[in-house]
Design a protein around this ligand. Sequence first.
Ligand code: ADP
Ligand code: SF4
Length: 688
Amino acid sequence: MTTKPPYDILFEPVQIGPVTAPNRFYQVPHCNGFGHLRPKGLAAMRGIKAEGGWGVVCTEEVEIHPTAEISPAVEGRIWDDLDIPSHRLMTDAVHEHGALAGIELVHNGLHAPNRISRLPPMAPSATPVDSSDPVQARAMDLADIRNLRRWHRDAALRAKNAGYDIVYAYAGHSMSTLMHFMQPRYNQRSDEYGGSLENRVRLTREVISEIKDAVGDSCGVAFRFAVDELMGANGLSIDGEAQDIVGLLAELPDLWDVNVSGWSNDSATARFEPNEGYQESYTAFVKSMTSKPVVGVGRFTSPDAMVSQIRRGVLDLIGAARPSIADPFLPAKIREDRIEAIRECIGCNICVSGDNLNVPIRCTQNPTMGEEWRRGWHPEKIAARASDAPVLVVGGGPAGLECALQLTKRGHKVTLAEATSALGGRSLLESRLPGLASYARVKEYREGLLRTMADAEIYLESPLDAHAILDFGFPHIFLATGSSWRRDGTGRANHRPIPGLDKLPVLTPDDVLAGKHPTSGRVAVFDDDHYYLGGVIAERLAESGCEVTLVTPALSVSAWSDFTLEQDKIITRLLEKNVALTVRRNITKVSDSGLELACMHTGRREEISADALVLVTARNANQGLQQSLAAQSEAMATAGIETLQPVGDCLAPGTIANAVYQGHLAARNFLGEAWDAALFRREMAALG
Ligand code: ADP
Ligand code: SF4
């Protein structure tokens, strides 16, 4: 199929050294929590991207030697020939669909505490490792540098042997020895590898050249370089040395893969970088300095933005990690002129949390991500229905929408009833909070498709009770009625209601999301949830004119958001909005003038004044409907109700990603095996 203008340009081939990318869609290296431990899951995930039209599909960072390994993070490994068969699984899966496979070789240097290998970390100069491990890296001598070059060369040869078409040298995210040598703050050497910029770039030049010598006859050699660390004069920056570095190496690699550093800047969430193509102002200069193709990133999901960057000479290849995770079939949908079917990334970084927690990748928008091998899920295909029976889904939040969409795709006639005047549930409500507008995409994608499907009927303003459901007589019912925030303060830190809550106006996130919150006065936000909501509500209240104190029993503010690379930015933003931050405090009682807090360590008491209190503690699953129906088993039988299944937050409150996943799982399993029988395949260590 030929693609019509203006998007045809996206499907032009691009020469990368001796290999040719079939189009301009380039899945840049991204971590995923499969790594060397779960090669089958990894290969299936990468293969699906190739099937979906990505012309180049790369690995995550792949460790080349045990002198730099970042376990328990599960990255790729190519330490010796034993690793080759695992990589073959991936390259075969990618080649099957005509795409190129790329491998990002890495020596993590001072980023690697070497918890498995227990070898001393290595760095340009002696310095503590950049994790909190009580370990320091030793300064590399010239023999170490020669070894490092050899390890890269050997790894490149293994990569070629494993079937890769593109081999990377990597100097990004402040996570690689090559980058550490370039960064003056880490390189305080006085030999030929330190001091002048030419000297600090020497190692990278040697490594790229030697990879080219080793495999450049048949593999494209890419260089991934972070042009700006977003820390001004304290780091590499485009106003400092970055342009000179690009100038020094301009024609050496076959491909420039450019981004910004650290990882939280590169993979910035939509809350902090709302715009598509947000890296353009940093990366655009590279193309003017090299004749080699350039790939750049910026959470691209719209083909118009992609075409614009190519036409304006910003880049040659559309780099994507998250957009390819949210929609592995993004290129195919553009090619087939099905733009409305693109499942746009919402920029939440739940995908990153999987890697940070050392478990396989997951995605808010794409519940099949990470499940390609172990559950056999395909992002675009689902088994046809096993019965003609119509289905009622009650509740149009993330869980209900996903469940209804997949059931309709399976061929069922689906009726979706939503109590309020709009679909989306919490994804819609939370999208009104500062920086979370993209969360509405969870609803927009699903509602958009459902509205085009003849077998889906949507009823808004239709709060259903047990009576109505019994009257309808649908044989199969999914309840996706969500959850409600508790108003009594119980949660993680408090297992009994907080005393004195009648003394002060008390609000929950549901109130704030409904727009019912003060716009002046002193408000305390008690965050015992620890993800983003407490922080973003504090931000909203501060913006509205309140004097806000955020109190949390946790060690730090919005603690879990560290896994989504947001915590640092959240704290900065709250401080900028003059939100007072109080950690490791629980509320012991509430009075009409404020709160009595207790230190979580010493129990010491203190008082803070407040005119109102927002409790972000825990949620109650909305199970009333289920309980009411379950109590009427005879009436259910008479009404012909065969199955009744709660999904999403009304079963167990969690993230939006979890609700979407549960909705999807329920639709896949519908009338199939019992959920506790239909588990997933596991990758087992081979014994003997
Ligand atoms: P989840 O994340 O599990 O999808 P949400 O709270 O986001 O949960 O969404 C639940 C949705 O269900 C909300 O839009 C809510 O209005 C709707 N809902 C709750 N109870 C009923 C009901 N009895 N009838 C119809 N819709 C309901
Ligand atoms: Fe995008 Fe969130 Fe999915 Fe990651 S988890 S790809 S940020 S939607």
